[in-house]
Design a binder for this molecule. Structure first.
Ligand code: SF4
Ligand code: SF4
Length: 285
């Protein structure tokens, strides 16, 4: 891989769009009686998540002379089957919205490929438990690997591309996932999809490859109606705010989660995840 840096496509300029990954999460430890082999596995997922996060940030250096933009439907067919083979469950496309890039951060590529990976129900249904903590980091690691591998693939084909790791990217993931027609924002503020409810993680690849934008729009009206009459996640979440707030002004992405309170719950309670367990839209059909 060439390691020269080129000018970014966008630099985040929205004052209201700032995001800091809480360093505390990198030091999270599981609690309870945990068999040594599970502890070892968790440490592996955690370590590889951190390595992947760093690798993703460095993919911007592989973009020297990557000037190709034209694609064909066959190219995307191949890309999607590769993504599925690697383990991605949902894929959507949307131009990057530069208003929802975190302030002062640089983005390489004008389009976003949004990828989601399911969190396993058998683990999530035990929330809060160490199984959930392990599952959260397994999917961070595995989806992170997929995002990095596909970014490298796009670069090898001559397209500018940058990986945004599911553990923390440089642009607002839920906004881009909804705009890419993957799902809706649920009452608590999480991405809800017809396939998995809230049980997925999101990663993004930004690229200059021309994306397929003429796909059939999916109808989420049933999902929206169900969610607007429910509220189970808000009642169960100890970090839920009384009133929803718009995460970033103008984005349409609302949240009822007090972020610092949620982070405490994640750290103190084996990655909590009660909101993922409680939502019946995410229960196996
Ligand atoms: S638990 Fe209910 S309110 Fe919350 S996201 Fe799921 S359907 Fe919507
Ligand atoms: S992880 Fe726990 S504290 Fe955070 S939003 Fe979900 S239920 Fe609330």
């Amino acid at each position: 891989m060439q390691s020269e840096k080129i000018d970014p496509t966008y630099i985040g300029h929205n004052d209201g769009c700032a995001f800091i990954i809480p360093k505390k999460l990198f030091q999270m430890k599981l609690k309870g009686v945990i068999p040594p082999e599970d502890l070892k596995l968790f440490s592996k997922y955690m370590r590889k998540t951190i390595i992947g996060f760093d690798k993703a940030r460095k993919t911007k250096y592989g973009n020297k002379n990557k000037t190709k933009t034209a694609t064909t439907p066959e190219f995307w067919e191949r890309f999607e089957s590769k993504a599925k083979e690697l383990g991605a469950d949902l894929i959507g496309y949307i131009p990057v919205n530069e208003n929802y890039i975190f302030k002062n951060l640089t983005i390489y590529g004008k389009n976003a490929i949004v990828l989601c990976m399911e969190l396993d129900w058998e683990k999530i249904k035990t929330a809060p438990s160490y199984f959930c903590g392990m599952e959260a980091f397994r999917v961070y690691k595995e989806l992170g690997d997929v995002v990095i591998e596909l970014t490298n693939y796009l670069q090898e084909q001559g397209y500018k591309a940058e990986a945004h790791h599911p553990f923390g990217g440089k642009l607002l993931f839920p906004y881009h996932a909804v705009a890419a027609n993957i799902g809706i924002i649920g009452k608590l503020g999480l991405l809800i999809t017809p396939e998995f409810g809230p049980r997925q993680r999101i990663g993004i690849i930004t690229t200059d490859a021309d994306i397929p934008l003429n796909r059939k729009k999916r109808d989420f009206s049933e999902l929206e109606e169900f969610c607007s009459n429910c509220g189970a996640c808000v009642k169960s979440c100890k970090a839920a705010l009384e009133e929803p707030v718009e995460k970033i002004k103008g984005s349409g992405v609302i949240s009822r989660i007090d972020r610092s309170e949620c982070i405490e719950r994640l750290i103190d309670d084996n990655y909590c995840s009660i909101c993922l367990k409680i939502c019946s839209l995410g229960h196996p059909k």
